[in-house]
Design a protein around this ligand. Sequence first.
Ligand code: NAD
Length: 262
Amino acid sequence: METGLKGKTALVTAASKGIGKGIALALAKEGCNVIISSSNKANLEYAVKEIASTGAKVHAFKCDLNLKSDIQNLQNEIVALYGGADILVNNCGGPHPGFFEEIGEDKWDYAYEQVLMSPVRLIKLFLPYMKQKKWGRIINITSLSVYQPIDNLILSNTFRTGVTALAKTLSNRVASLGITVNNVAPGYVLTERIKELAENKSKVTGETAEKILEKMREEIPMQQIGKPADIANAVVFFASESSAYITGNTLHVDGGRVGSYL
Ligand code: NAD
């Protein structure tokens, strides 16, 4: 597939490891100039080395997505480098796990800023450049929790459906300007996040984290936990010219795990 991505500038947030890093790597391989950001400076340095080995131009900036000032500073840096970003991939750290009774207001506030407000702020800052260029791609990383609630992830269930509504509403607004807005919803992907969730569940159920991961694998029709590259391939598609007529969509990448028709 000819992606037409050579020379495009792509920002991937929360990309020092896991799914975000996988996406940055895939966009770099397609010839994008890649900017990654994360709250973890040390991991960012490792990620830059790995992504630069593709031959792509890579820049990394520390940005805690829960801090409005960090998001503004990130945009200032990118404007100074490239004028803006053609492709914005909104990824964030995973929200705190827990059932309703376990989540205090502090955690609700944190997850609201982390999951819903960070894409709102990033889109507000990067959309004017896309409008000016009459071309842009906004891709949000959500979760299978937008199709069916995951019992002990009430924060993810609540705020990721908000991101889905944001994307669809905004996609209509900018559709005639050459800008698409889509979501990629990962199923289970082998990263530190999924291991942390398994450990967290292990404390509640008494089963080992390994056993919980094994059960997750068995729930997937393909009988395999996904890799960051599986999610990245879907992001490359939404970023590419080939997806120009697709907007306001969510694609679940999950080995068949989502049980619904749509
Ligand atoms: P991960 O824990 O491997 O990586 C998370 C990344 O977010 C890291 O780079 C970390 O430094 C960064 N980060 C954390 N807090 C941050 C903050 N406040 N500001 C900026 N960066 C921050 O997680 P992952 O598995 O790659 O997940 C990425 C996203 O995809 C998460 O939102 C997660 O909930 C979602 N997701 C993951 C899975 C899965 O199975 N792994 C499934 C569905 C959805």
